[in-house]
Write a protein that binds this ligand. Structure first.
Ligand SMILES: [Zn+2]
Length: 219
């Protein structure tokens, strides 16, 4: 926790997330939710700013080769369960985007095909930020990620197709109210990156796909 108090408005990167002590990881729930951390001692408690962006990475199993098309995973199901159980559901629930990054085949990184350039990405992000500033101009909120539930209801209105998709996803994946709100904030941001006025099905579908660990693919 000391680390996150050192990086208000910063980025906290945790490599090999399941290798951290579970109790230590659980302490991050408050700052991830509220942007502050409260430390209590015998006679007093003090609240520090701890508004940070968390980026964490983990392997799909202890040996790292689960779901790898070229190598065999040596881990038994109980061993994988023990590894995954170091990360609690409530902690995962507080992380906006979960994404699997498969190994890149040799042909792909050797052919030099380029994705989105940094320049293009910068322009998209600048435009998305500007769209958010205009939309939230009359609110203390600066960014989509900070929108309250009420603001989400106002600014993330869904058409009928999107509504059906969201209802199905919430029911099938057993999503919490918190995950539901996160999907809408992320969908609004994806739409902003594309300079789209409204959230369309593809924006929402992408945001739902980013709740990968809620699908319990690991178990
Ligand atoms: Zn393995």
């Amino acid at each position: 926790m000391t680390t996150s108090t050192l990086v208000p408005i910063g980025l906290l990167f945790l490599d090999e997330l399941p290798e951290f002590n579970r109790a230590t990881l659980e302490v991050m729930r408050q700052p991830l939710e509220d942007g502050v951390v409260t430390i209590s001692r015998a006679l007093t408690s003090t609240t520090f700013p701890a508004d940070f962006m968390l980026i964490a990475v983990m392997n799909p199993c202890p040996c790292g080769y689960r779901n790898d098309s070229l190598r065999d995973c040596q881990c038994s199901p109980p061993k994988i369960d023990r590894y995954m159980s170091k990360i609690s559901g409530p902690l995962l629930d507080r992380i906006d985007i979960h994404i699997e990054v498969p190994a890149v085949p040799f042909q792909e990184f050797s052919t030099g095909t380029s994705g989105t350039s940094s320049q293009t990405m910068r322009e998209q992000v600048t435009r998305a930020r500007r769209n958010q500033q205009v939309r939230l101009a009359d609110h203390p909120t600066l960014f989509n990620g900070q929108m309250t539930s009420r603001q989400i209801r106002n600014f993330c209105r869904l058409n009928q197709s999107c509504m059906s998709l969201l209802i199905n996803s919430v029911q099938e994946m057993g999503l919490s109210a918190r995950a539901h709100d996160k999907i809408l904030r992320v969908a609004r941001t994806i739409a902003d990156l594309e300079n789209a006025e409204t959230i369309d099905v593809e924006h929402l579908q992408e945001a739902v796909n980013y709740r990968m660990l809620d699908r319990q693919l690991w178990l």
